[in-house]
Design a protein around this ligand. Structure first.
Ligand code: SDX
Length: 380
């Protein structure tokens, strides 16, 4: 006998799984990965160490981390057939669409599925973590008319990505700050793209299709696409003086202010606080950003007008200002998010395989019954 549950739009507040991977306290602004506070990971860890923690549940020993990093380094190179496929992509296309196509295409090279084999799971994790950044960087260079450049063995994960993306020797501080950005974006319980990954994974399809589903979901402006929209919004506001009228107009039109609000956090997203500090570090070294003052004023006015409703900056609000200083093009901000979140998606994919049940919710039917078929000649 199926128990009828209350319909909750967007499944708000409805547990869809049991998981030990991460925890969010939306009232106190706390985020933990496998029980470790995000501020400690941001301060002491690296993205690859954090990815290992999320996926295998423990911080790696030095030996485990070294072999994980070696495997990732070994698999970073772009497959020439994927590069040739990308040559057919329109330069005007969005990098998230390119990434989704490439992630799915990886499945063509690894069609064998052995979801009960830990070696298969590890191989899929390594290939996706290694190749996603390379495919993002390759599309960026190719759409500028340049040949993609292969990874350098003397650079670590984040420095190597900045090198492949910009074709320049990466600045040490910039590479470190980018690595922290990846840690902050790596995982966040059952957000829309992670849920999308889980639904796809529940049919026991291959991990490349799972990641392609999640990339497509993350691209939306209400989710990972917001960081790109924040910069567009700050450009539209244009000055500190325009902030208050802008906010008042949004409230009047019930328009969403990009980079604010969250389904779970009803205080400032702890990741936004860390990203804000990273942005300030970059400004000290590379010069101020005209949009930072606008962002600070916007945070102040939104807190005054909407703070009582729990609407505060989320992870996407300051990430764009960090990426701007790292000279990353605006339409690559969401791919940056995807490079990081692949770790979280894979962690949930692996966890779910341990006790899988295909997702198949129900509905509250609001349509007709026994409706007659009207021949086309009799339809008005
Ligand atoms: C991410 O889930 C995750 O964990 C996501 C994420 C992750 O790490 O994976 O944290 C990453 O996606 C961050 C969110 C990025 N998106 C944005 O910044 C877009 C702007 N934010 C909103 O679209 C919104 O806040 C959501 C989508 C993030 C959350 O929406 P909810 O929980 O469904 O809230 P809601 O739409 O039900 O809004 C409740 C009320 C509404 O007013 P009423 O209709 O009740 O009068 O709050 C208002 C909304 O209008 N509101 C906003 C607002 N967000 C909510 N009003 C103005 N500006 C906003 N940003």
């Amino acid at each position: 006998m199926t128990v009828a549950y209350e319909y909750r739009p967007g499944l708000e507040g409805v547990p869809a799984t049991q998981s030990s991977i991460s925890y969010v306290d939306g009232q106190r602004g706390i985020l933990e990965y496998q029980g470790i506070r995000i501020d400690n990971l941001a301060k002491y860890s690296s993205f690859l160490e954090t990815a290992y923690l999320l996926i295998w549940g423990e911080l790696p020993t030095q030996g485990e981390l070294d072999s994980f990093e070696y495997e990732i380094r070994y698999h970073r190179r772009l497959k020439y057939r994927i590069r040739d496929m990308m040559k057919c992509f329109p330069e005007s296309g969005h990098p998230m669409d390119s990434l989704q196509a490439c992630a799915a295409a990886l499945g063509l090279f690894y069609s064998r599925r052995a979801l009960d084999d830990p070696a298969y799971i590890r191989a899929a994790v390594v290939r996706l973590l290694a190749k996603i950044p390379t495919m993002v960087a390759a599309f960026q260079l190719m759409r500028k008319g340049n040949d993609p450049i292969q990874p350098r063995d003397d650079l670590d994960y984040s420095a190597n990505f900045l090198y492949m993306l910009t074709e320049r020797e990466p600045d040490e501080l910039a590479a470190k700050i980018f690595d922290v950005c990846l840690i902050l974006h790596a995982e966040h319980t059952i957000n829309a793209s992670t849920f999308s990954a889980m639904v796809t994974a529940s049919t026991l399809t291959d991990p490349y299709a799972v990641i392609a589903s999640a990339v497509g979901t993350l691209a939306g402006p209400l989710h990972g696409g917001a960081s790109e929209e924040v910069i567009v919004m700050l450009e539209e506001i244009g000055s500190v003086e325009n902030v208050r009228p802008f906010v008042e107009k949004c409230i009047e039109r019930k328009a969403r202010i990009m980079g604010f609000g969250h389904r779970v956090y009803k205080v400032k997203d702890p990741r936004a606080t860390i990203l804000q500090a990273l942005a300030e570090k970059l400004f000290e070294k590379f010069g101020q950003d005209i949009y930072y003052d606008i962002a600070i004023e916007l945070e102040k006015v939104v807190a005054e007008k909407l703070g009582h409703r729990g609407i505060y900056p989320n992870v996407d609000f300051y990430s764009g200002l960090v990426y701007r200083k790292l000279r990353i093009p605006t339409d690559l901000y969401t791919p940056m998010f995807a490079i990081a979140r692949v770790a979280g998606w894979l962690a949930h994919w692996k966890e779910q395989l341990e006790e899988n049940r295909i997702f198949r919710p129900t509905q509250i039917y609001t349509g007709l019954h026994d409706h007659p078929y009207i021949p086309i000649e009799k339809r008005m």
